[in-house]
Design a protein around this ligand. Structure first.
Ligand SMILES: *Cc1c(COP(=O)(O)O)cnc(C)c1O
Length: 223
């Protein structure tokens, strides 16, 4: 059940990743009720991530204190519902979205923390920049007054090829390390879900987004 799952994952990550960096566990709460989410928070979850703006808006007032993340595909016309309410947006996958977050943040005198989403497997079904563009995208965004780039996010492709997955994790970590060298604001590499987080933290991820392994299987997919 939820409480045991949370405790078990928190205890497995308590020693940090392969570089002894602290790992942030973000509970992925899509399709979960506020009651389920609050049970996870009472069991020790400090960070929660929602996928859809509509669900965020419906549930937010009923969910206890925790850091709020947004991890799903985001339409520019819905950015207004998140600014000032979300601590970290993981899914900045195109310049148009960064522009919308920037404009809205400046209107509200805020600087919004974001991650740049990388389509590490070059999959047609997923959003995000190519890994080779990752550094340039950072350079475009990092000096903007309404944005604070905190790192990168990616989803590994669905394959059983372990050496490919390891190489993709290493590519993400190399990109992250490259920008982190010169920018102390860069401190999150958000990589790893229920099926692959152990591999990801063993290769340098320091932020994992876990749904199923905390809450159980979802009824239907809301990816
Ligand atoms: C649903 C989701 C997760 C968690 O997936 P699980 O396999 O249930 O752990 C992580 N990241 C994103 C972006 C998601 O949409």
């Amino acid at each position: 059940m939820i409480e045991n799952n949370v405790r078990s994952i928190l205890s497995s990550i308590s020693d940090g990743n392969c570089f002894h960096e602290q790992i942030t566990l973000v509970a992925a709460t899509k399709m979960r009720t506020p009651e389920e989410i609050n049970r996870a928070i009472r069991a020790g979850i400090t960070d929660i991530g929602e996928n859809r703006v509509q669900e965020f808006r419906e549930k937010n007032a009923f969910v206890m204190q925790a850091n709020r993340h947004f991890i799903g595909h985001l339409q520019t016309n819905k950015v207004k519902y998140l600014i000032g309410k979300i601590d970290l947006i993981h899914s900045v996958d195109r310049d148009e979205l960064a522009d919308a977050i920037e404009t809205r943040s400046l209107n509200e005198n805020l600087r919004t923390d974001i991650l740049i989403q990388i389509n590490i497997g070059n999959e047609a079904s997923k959003g995000g920049y190519r890994a080779e563009e990752g550094r340039k995208v950072y350079e475009r965004f990092h000096s903007r007054a309404g944005l604070r780039v905190r790192g990168y996010m990616a989803m590994l492709p669905n394959t059983t090829d372990g050496s490919l997955l390891n190489r993709l994790c290493d590519d993400m970590r190399a990109l992250y390390d490259d920008v982190r060298k010169t920018d102390p604001d860069i401190c999150f590499l958000s990589l790893g879900m229920s099926g692959d987080w152990e591999r990801c933290v063993s290769r340098g991820s320091n932020m994992i987004r876990i749904g199923t392994a905390i809450f159980g299987a979802r009824q239907t997919s809301a990816e």
